[in-house]
Design a protein around this ligand. Sequence first.
Ligand code: GDP
Ligand code: ZN
Length: 353
Amino acid sequence: MFYFSFQNSFKNFPNKAFAVDLFSNQKTTLHFTSSILPSLIITFTANMHGLVIKSTGSWYSVLADDGERYNCRIVGKFRIKGIKTTNPIAVGDRVKFDLEKDSNQGLINELLPRKNYIIRKSINLSKQAQILAANLDMAILVVTLASPRTSLGFIDRFLVTAEAYDVPAVLVFNKLDLFSKEGLEILQEFKNIYENIGYPCYQVSATKGINIPVIQELITDKITLISGHSGVGKSSLINALLPDRDLRTGEVSDWSDKGQHTTTFAEMFELPQGGFIVDTPGIRELGVIDIEKEELGHFFREIFKTSHNCRFNNCKHVNEPGCAVIEAVNNDEIAISRYESYLSIYHGNDTRH
Ligand code: GDP
Ligand code: ZN
């Protein structure tokens, strides 16, 4: 590494002023970072801005505002208040970095504020969280009514998660070419449930190319996460949206055989019309994050709206007297399937599949 060689040669310099003078005819930036002190890091071409489009854990591929891609590492420590993370920076992050002289390698020195981020908590006791992606503009859940069937419970869990992360969610019903007349009626029922509460629904066939231009337009200039059960057609959809990239379909993605650590690998693919698709095995099935029982109702849009009319302001909508949510379910104003999903998550039952 370029900066390590300079680091060593500066060890004998009496002070940093001397080091600066030495390069004063160049655009030089000096960093002192707690993790590497007392060494100096010398970099050139300061204050580049870019978007992190790939992360392998220690290296980040950054698409700079000048349109070039740079391999970057992190300088110093980045911390996010309140959570312990294994990786401080993720795909979708906007960063500032300094470029090393005559190379396409850079050092990230600042993380710009995020509008949202999604994490995966470790299941062991360390309670560490891994940031999977940041600054998502949209999360698409690919849904199929048959082979395989996506349950309403799974859809609702996904939507709760998206609400909790503050990522706008849409549903894309795939394999439209396989639908019978009866299937189309069920599709309409499903769409009614979700469109009524404000989630846009689309129906496509990834392999037959039906309605793909609609999705293309939908994701233009956005950072979009594509999620869903294995087998619903995520790879096929991504292939249809990114004609130049050929994802292998019908296979479980796994990079571990190439020595990559699967848990830290994530990548975004640039769309020809502008925007990015986030694809990483770790977030293909976005699970439900920890949500306090008391807060669960906040993440069901229609339950949250209706709950203002409950008699008790701490109503859990389970069996309380004067519960406006239960009344709305009885009056068919709230879909029974949605309320069942609420109760199921509330009681800690796993109906994900
Ligand atoms: P993934 O596991 O979600 O990435 O799903 P794949 O893209 O690998 O698709 C799983 C299977 O469904 C493959 O055999 C695809 O050819 C098939 N498939 C995907 N989309 C469609 C579609 O729109 N119509 C039909 N008939 N099959 C599809
Ligand atoms: Zn209530």
